[in-house]
Structure formats: C-alpha cells, structure tokens
Design a protein around this ligand. Sequence first.
Ligand code: PMP
Length: 373
Amino acid sequence: MQTNASPTPIAAPQPKPWIMGIAPYVPGRATADDGRPVTKLSSNENPLGTSPAAREAFAAAGHELERYPDAGATALREAIAAAHGIEADRIVHGTGSDEVLHLAAGAFAGLGDEVIYVRYGFSVYDIATRRVGAVPVVAPDRDYATDVDAILACVTDRTRVVFVANPNNPTGTYAGRSEIARLHAGLPGHVLLVVDQAYAEYVEPGEEDGGLELARTQANVLVTRTFSKIHGLAAERIGWGYGSPAVIDAMHRIRAPFNVTIAGQQAAIAALADTGFVAASREHNARGRAAFVAEIEALGNAGLRAVPSEANFVLVTFPAGQAEPAYKALMAAGYAVRWLPGQGLPNALRITIGREEDMAAVVDVLRAQVEAG
Ligand code: PMP
C-alpha cells in the first residue's frame, strides 16, 4: 500500500562534499515574471537565426530517429578540419562547448588541484572546476579585461588548467595575439591553457588571437569553439575542441559516447559551408554593436559606459544602484537582458546585439531611465 509518509530517516545518499558548493548555472531569461514572452537579449543568440542550409540539413535528418549518431562525428570533424585548416583527429566534439570545457577540467584536474580563471569569467568554469573537486582560483581583472600578469601570478605547483574566454563573457573584452602568446609562454608545461573561442567569429578578421596556431604547435593548449553563436545552432548543442593528440585522446575517453545528435552533426556541417551566412552575421553584429556603443557613449554624462567589446554583446556599466531598475524597465518593455549580481556585477547589464529595431527600443528605455533618474 502506498502512503504519503516520509521514508524513515536513515542514511540518505550524500553528494560528494564539494558538489553542494556549486552555484547552479543561471540561464538567460526568455519570459518576464508573469510568464509573458519577451525578446531575448540575454543569451547571446544570433538575431539572424540560422543558415537556411543548416535548417534544411536538420530537417532532413528526421527520417532516421531510431539510429544512434556516428559516435565519432567523423564527417563533422572532417568538415571542421577543412574549414579551419586543422587536423580532424585532433578535434573532440561536445554537447555544446560546455561539455568540452567540462571534459578539459575532468581529464586534467582533480581533487585539490587548482584551476585558474579571471574575475568576471564565464560561469561554467567555476562549475566545471568544482565538479571535479578542484579549487577555483580567481585572478583579478584589469578594468574588466583579462590580465595576463594577474593570471600568471596565480600559478602554483597545483595549477592544472587555466580557462580564458577570448572574447570574454560577460565582459566582451579581448586579449590580442601577443597577450595570449605571453600567457602561454609564462605557464609551466603541465598546465593546460584552454582558450575558449565561443565568440571568435565576431572578432575583426585579421585580429585573431593565435589560439589555433598555439594549439597546433604546443602540447598544452586547447581551443574550444561552438556552433551556438555565429552559426545560430544553440538549440542543437554542438561544440568542439582542438589540441594535441594526447590532450584530445584523454578528453575522448570521458565524453558521452553519442554526444552530438545526427541532426546536429548534419546541421553543423551545412552551417560551416554557408560562409555567406557567417559573414552576414558578423557584419550585422559589427554594425549593430558600433551603433549601440555610440548610443551608450552618448549617455556617458549620466554615468553609463560600454565596456569595449569584440563579441555579440556589450556589458554596460551604470552608476551604483541604477542597473537593477534599468533591467526591470527593460523587462517591463519586453526585453530580457542579463543582470549579473551573482557574478559580482550588480552595476552592469550584459546586452546581446539583436535586431536593429530591438536595439533602438532598448536605447529608448535606457535613455528614458536616465532622464527620469
Ligand atoms: N564559452 C563561453 C565564453 C560562452 O559564453 C558560452 C555560451 N554561453 C559557452 C562557452 C558555451 O556555449 P555552448 O555550450 O552553447 O557551446
């Protein structure tokens, strides 16, 4: 007979002691408090959508739902390799680059080891670090940006992994080729440098950070990439990493066996081939970002500032206490942006560059806030 009585309070399964120290990931919002759908400028998604060719490839994969995907994602890795001039057998695919970041921590750091990332870094680094029982070491920023010297000053014998997002999320800031080279040169060989290039395609052509070249020539560099941002395939969860054969081999051993779906693999291959969509997305973003930054700079007298961004979002800082009301006003107007007090940024909003009309509406709300305030 079933009862609603609680089970006798005997010993219950206990998570590993460090698991409950993990602050759960907070996703970008898609609805207001009352459940009303809002325009999402909170997850750095592509406002142009997805390449039509990728959509077609995705739809065409629907006829073989009973089959497992290619566990090795061979055709996808070969397409990535051809597109970037790198070797397919040095690529590991992941359920989003989130999985690839977890694989890096999982393969190279363990209980009591140290993992370094920057203050105002991507929140998954903290989760991936704590998940394996490693100790997060947070290097101070330099005006929101990655400070190579501060990272190097944190390195100890226990350091196993350094995570650097370039451009960085949530700040949008960018470390150039010489800074990334200097960071790598200062790290001992046993430390894996992860250069997270989730937003790399938004960087001005010609200003790339040299991460792929370092990963090709150095034993301790991993570059991670995603199909979620410029390729507009966030729903399908496809990412990859490129590094030395030994690094990639270790990561393959612990990834989920069928971690990218058939539809995802097909869509990603088609997305890579649609270079026109990628170029249009980059141009749309560059134009929209420049226009938005100019509008924020025009509100500079009121204390607003756009942190320099190379990504598809801008971190706007406000005078103390004014970011939260601006966040609420934007939500009331139908726009979800990112307010990140939990990441030490109570006086800033991270705003994805969306469609022109949406950015104009966001600026109108911010201007009205400033004038009222
Ligand atoms: N790295 C950075 C810096 C990101 O901002 C994101 C997405 N928020 C990711 C990695 C993970 O993206 P995905 O898992 O969709 O590839």
